[in-house]
Ligand binder design. Sequence first.
Ligand code: SAM
Length: 285
Amino acid sequence: MATLGIPQNTIAVLQKYNFNFQKKFGQNFLIDTRVLDKIVQASEITKDDYVLEIGPGIGTMTQYLCEHARQVAAVEIDKNLIPILADTLSEYQNVEVIQEDILKVDLNCLAQEKNHGNPIKVVANLPYYITTPIIMGLFESHVPIQSITVMVQREVADRIQACPGTKDYGALSLAVQYYAKPEIVANVPPNCFMPRPAVGSAVIRLVRYKERPVQVLDERKMFAIIRASFNQRRKTLVNGLNNAAQLPYSKDQITEALEEMGLPVNVRGEALTLEQFAKLSNLLQ
Ligand code: SAM
C-alpha cells in the first residue's frame, strides 16, 4: 500500500485530482503514520470485525482499516472524493464506499444487512462541525455498536471524559457516559493534518456498556433534567429545574427529592453524578 499518511503521497494524490479542500465539510486529512497506527491499535480491530468509517477523505485511514478488518464501510459526503477513493482503495476487495451524508444513513439497516445485526466498530477522523450529532446519533438510534474510536476536537474529548465538579462536565459528558466508557488515547497537534485545523485534537475511544450503568425509569425525562440543570449552570439545581419550561416540577417537589437523596438544597447540577441524576429523575417520576 502506498501510505497516504506520508505527506508527499497525500500531496501527490491531491495534485493528480486537482482536489480543493471544502471547509464546509471539515476536511482536514491525516498526514502522520504514527497517529494512524495509534488509532487502529486503539480500536482493537481484528479480521472478525465489520468497521464503519465516517468521512474517509482520500482513503488514508481506510487503507489501514482494510488491512486490519474483515470488511469496511466508508461513508463520504463529498462526491469529488469518490473517484479518488476508487483509485486509492483499488487494491482492496473488502471495502464499500457509500456516498452519503452520515446523518442520513440508516445504520441499523446497514448493520443488519452487512453484519447480521452483530455489533460493529466505528473508527473515524470526524468532521468536527457535526461531532456531537454523529456520536449521539450512533448511541441514541440503538445501532449495534461495540466501540467508537474517533478523532475529535481536544476540547470535545475533554468534555466527553469530564467528571462531576469540573469545568468541562456537562450534558455531553453525561449523555456519552450513560452509554459508554470514554478514554482519551492520544492528543494530536494541528501539524498532523493537512490543512492544519485551528484547534488541537484528540483520539477518544468509547466502549459501549453491555448494560446501562444506571437504572432509570424514563431516559428522556432524565436527559431533559440534565439539560435543564446545565442550561443555567450558575443557578442552583432547584431554580434551574423549576425555571425550565419543559419540566413540570415545583420547587417543593425538587427540594423534597434532593433531601431524600441527602443532597443540600443549594446544590448545583454540575456536582451530581450520573447515578444521582438517575435517582433524581426516578424520584421526580
Ligand atoms: N478520514 C480522512 C483522514 O483522516 O484523512 C478525512 C477526515 S476529515 C476530518 C472528515 C471527512 O468527513 C472529510 O472527508 C469530509 O468530506 C467528510 N464528511 C464531512 N461531513 C460528512 C457527512 N455529513 N457525512 C459523511 N462524511 C462527511
